[in-house]
Design a protein around this ligand. Structure first.
Ligand code: ADP
Length: 486
């Protein structure tokens, strides 16, 4: 196991533009912190508007040659990057824990999950196919073919520093697109590391460019407005996503938007409670609750609510709290103080409206930004915690009386990313799949993400899908050709 300092020192600290690392044109830098201690762990280039423009220039210039590169060759670059990532998985995992705070075991799991996008799309590279047929009039042949969209701008969030980057970069590059990626300012290091890894794997200059910046809006505006850009892919909050959609409208850009969620977690009276409790721990406490797929609202049948609450509380009470590098930690720090204050406010509001705290319910007094693993029950309609994404380790329980009420409560949100339901009744399971307004569904399971799955939401949770067969089509455009019969 390499030392923390050695791993941090191995991260490039510049902008990747046209195949070379360089400082920001302004010479500015910004600091990256360890949320468990607040300490500055690295300083990276603070890209400005001209750096964004230079990165897009490089992506545009590299575009035609990369689009012509054989799919097999494109796939093999990604596959080599996957192999390199496996060789250095301990370093990448430690890096994520240092810049983002999640427990090391979860960072290891993210190397597996995030790395898999490189392998999955390396295999998809050679399978992009079209259609061929006769026109309805019977006078000609129709060909439908797929082509790279063109230069892409990829904006990623801080909560899964590796997976959110590879989930966009891998399909974009596999499809034959070039890209500029702008990682979250809170966690830029993993993206910088992966970009260097892709270079080592043989990625040609300019195919992937990285701009780190502390002024995301200022740098992104002109890139999105540039007529040479063809595609914007964003993962982050719904308000920023809406703003970006408006900006993208001017250029009629292709967009993929992975936005917020407000996942219901339904526990029916016939559920296997062992499975429901185990699923709840994963759906709620993975990433210390900082996932758009995190279960936000536990809706439990009134007959089993008390038992469910007691059992999840017993689990959560035992969760070790600490820096993610410490063995066995379940509750690492939240990303920043704003996140801790949000948890405080949401729990405070719920309690003010009559909810009861069964465990936790407060900030942990120590250095860093920690909030205790928490269970609140008896959460009343109208509480803010039912409306907003908690993004923290707070398990909020409300009750329902029957299936219709459960479905109505579950759908009572502008979001529709993922829903979880625990029931032993297979017919009910099918009804729920039909009736829940959701892009994804975990039926008797608490984690559903994998590289082969089309990840994405309905309603205000977003547009498009990442991963799976669908993932590469976000970076392909369809061309139809008609040829008359001779
Ligand atoms: P969070 O609140 O979880 O940090 P954000 O939506 O603010 O989520 O951030 C997700 C990503 O969007 C980050 O990379 C961030 O830098 C970027 N971002 C935030 N605001 C803007 C903006 N106005 N234009 C472009 N990117 C932005």
């Amino acid at each position: 196991q390499a030392s923390e300092q050695a791993v941090l020192d191995a991260v490039p600290d510049g902008l990747l533009v046209g195949g070379g690392w360089r400082p920001a044109a302004s010479g500015r830098t910004f600091d990256v912190h360890d949320p468990a201690t607040g300490a500055v762990i690295r300083t990276v280039a603070d890209g400005g508007v001209e750096d964004g423009a230079a990165a897009l220039d490089a992506a545009v210039e590299a575009g035609p040659a990369w689009a012509r590169t054989a799919p097999r060759v494109r796939g093999e670059v990604l596959r080599r990057a996957f192999d390199l990532l496996q060789q250095r998985r301990d370093d990448v995992a430690l890096l994520m824990t240092l810049e983002m705070g999640k427990p090391l075991a979860e960072s290891q799991a993210e190397v597996t999950y995030g790395g898999e996008f490189l392998r999955w799309f390396s295999e998809e590279a050679v399978r992009v196919a079209g259609r061929y047929g006769t026109n309805p009039e019977g006078t000609g042949r129709m060909t439908v073919s797929q082509h790279p969209v063109g230069p892409c701008y990829l904006i990623t969030p801080w909560n899964f520093p590796l997976a959110m980057a590879t989930r966009k970069i891998a399909p974009a590059l596999t499809a034959g697109c070039t890209a500029v990626v702008k990682p979250a300012e809170l966690t830029p290091l993993t993206t910088l590391y992966v970009a260097e890894l892709l270079r080592e794997a043989g990625l040609p200059d300019g195919v992937l460019n990285v701009v780190t910046t502390s002024t995301a809006g200022d740098v992104s505006g002109p890139v999105i407005a540039d007529p040479r850009l063809r595609k914007l892919s964003f993962t982050g909050s719904t308000p920023v996503g809406k703003q970006l959609l408006k900006q993208a409208a001017d250029g009629v850009l292709r967009t993929s938007m992975e936005l917020g969620g407000n996942a219901p977690f339904l526990v029916f009276e016939d559920a296997d409670l062992d499975a429901a409790v185990a699923g709840a721990m994963l759906a709620k406490f993975r990433n210390v609750g900082q996932a758009c797929t995190a279960a936000n609202r536990f809706l439990v049948h009134e007959r089993v609510a008390e038992e469910f609450a007691a059992r999840v509380t017993a689990e959560v009470r035992g969760f070790p709290v600490g820096r993610g590098t410490e063995e066995g930690v379940r509750i690492g720090p939240l990303i920043d103080d704003r996140a801790v204050r949000k948890a405080e406010d949401l729990v405070g509001d719920a309690v003010g409206r009559g909810a009861e705290v069964l465990t936790g319910g407060a900030r942990v007094e120590r250095e860093g930004t920690f909030y205790a693993g928490t269970v609140v029950t008896g959460v009343r309609p109208g509480s803010e915690i039912l409306r907003q994404e908690i993004f923290g380790p707070v398990l909020s329980i409300s009750t329902f009386g029957d299936e219709d009420e459960a479905v109505a409560l579950a759908n009572d949100t502008e979001y529709g990313l993922v829903s979880y339901a625990f029931t032993r009744d297979a017919d009910r399971g099918q009804r729920l799949v039909d009736r829940l307004e959701t892009g994804m569904m975990g039926l008797n399971v608490g984690v559903i993400s994998n590289a082969g799955a089309p990840f994405g939401g309905v309603k205000q949770s977003g547009i498009g899908r990442e991963g799976g067969l669908e993932g590469i089509h976000e970076y392909l455009s369809t061309k139809y050709t008609l040829t008359p019969d001779p």
